[in-house]
Design a protein around this ligand. Structure first.
Ligand code: GDP
Length: 300
């Protein structure tokens, strides 16, 4: 239900466009293929993926001797579903015997703080004791913004002065979490993505500090990406994601874009799972990503 509402724009701007095309052109000819290709690329499915998909569709049309566009539509849906299919669980990893530590990285404005707030809320709803660490000491206002969410959700925020060493904040936060017997510690980081070395160095230092106290931590390192930036989000993830210890992606603002095809592009081009999706600005607008549900919300 939440997926359906959140994906309204993508359904209208992508899937319904395909239906309109099918109704309008009726026959499968070169123009049909061209328009279909345009729709797919426009929905941010990704050029490489679209090219493969088009080859695949042409072959299928030949093989099955399909002539009517209407008969191709289910084939297309099937192929798109196939591209997304993923049996692995996207549930966040938890520490079975102690504090679960989750780190967040992402560039400004992607929705990192909001996602941290939403996730804290979700864990709290599950009856867990949650704490937040204000590890983004770099960006002006980041600490206050996290505190606002902390208050809203009703969880404690561990912080230091702006400009202080993020690793020191993490050390404090882990100590505090141990003392208060917290279940979940969610850490904001500056996770500066401007350059790869910075990000890795900062994260490595944070990893070391946390691991000294909790050897199995961090249990997740989530990179937040803004779905409305489409292919930009994909290149960010490509550049920084795979080798910097990131364990999963969060795709925010899916409700605000018709380009939900980005989920397909990410799935095809990256070795990182989308674990969470943001479907609105409110506390409850966060979902564990489920490819089956995603596909259903689009096509059902
Ligand atoms: P940060 O700079 O990465 O911490 O970004 P913020 O958490 O401050 O979010 C930036 C803006 O995006 C805010 O106005 C949020 O309300 C908005 N936002 C975050 N997540 C979502 C989402 O899933 N859907 C929508 N529509 N807006 C979102």
């Amino acid at each position: 239900k939440q997926f359906r509402d959140g994906l309204e724009k993508t359904r209208k701007g992508f899937i319904e466009k395909v239906s309109d095309l099918v109704i309008r052109r009726k026959k499968i000819d070169e123009e049909f293929y061209e328009e279909l290709e345009e729709i797919l690329i426009g929905a941010d499915v990704g050029v490489n993926t679209v090219m493969d998909l088009m080859d695949d569709l042409r072959a299928e049309v030949k093989k099955r001797r399909i002539e009517d566009a209407a008969d191709l539509q289910p084939v297309l849906s099937e192929k798109l579903m196939g591209l997304l299919r993923d049996d692995s669980s996207n549930e966040l990893r938890e520490n079975p015997d102690g504090i679960t530590v989750i780190l967040f990285v992402g560039v400004n404005g992607v929705g990192k703080t909001t996602t941290i707030g939403k996730l804290a809320h979700r864990y709290k709803q599950e009856g867990k004791k949650v704490m937040l660490a204000a590890g983004d000491t770099f960006r002006a206002g980041a600490i206050e913004q996290l505190e606002v969410w902390g208050e809203r959700v009703g969880v404690e925020v561990i912080k230091q002065q702006p400009g202080s060493d993020p690793a020191a904040v993490m050390f404090d936060a882990v100590q505090a979490a141990k003392q208060r017997q917290a279940d979940i510690l969610i850490c904001d980081t500056a996770g500066r993505l401007q350059n790869k070395t910075n990000l890795m160095e900062e994260l490595n230092k944070i990893f070391r500090v946390i691991q000294r106290e909790i050897p199995s931590a961090p249990h997740e390192v989530l990179m937040v990406l803004d779905a409305t930036t489409g292919q930009n989000a994909l290149s960010q993830a490509k550049l920084f994601g795979e080798k910097s210890g990131v364990t999963g992606l969060v795709l925010t603002k899916l409700d605000g874009t018709a380009k939900g095809g980005i989920v397909i592009a990410i799935r095809q081009e990256l070795n990182l799972p989308v674990k969470l999706v943001g479907l609105g600005e409110k506390m409850g607008d966060l979902q564990t990503f489920d490819s089956e549900q995603f596909v259903h919300a689009l096509f059902a």
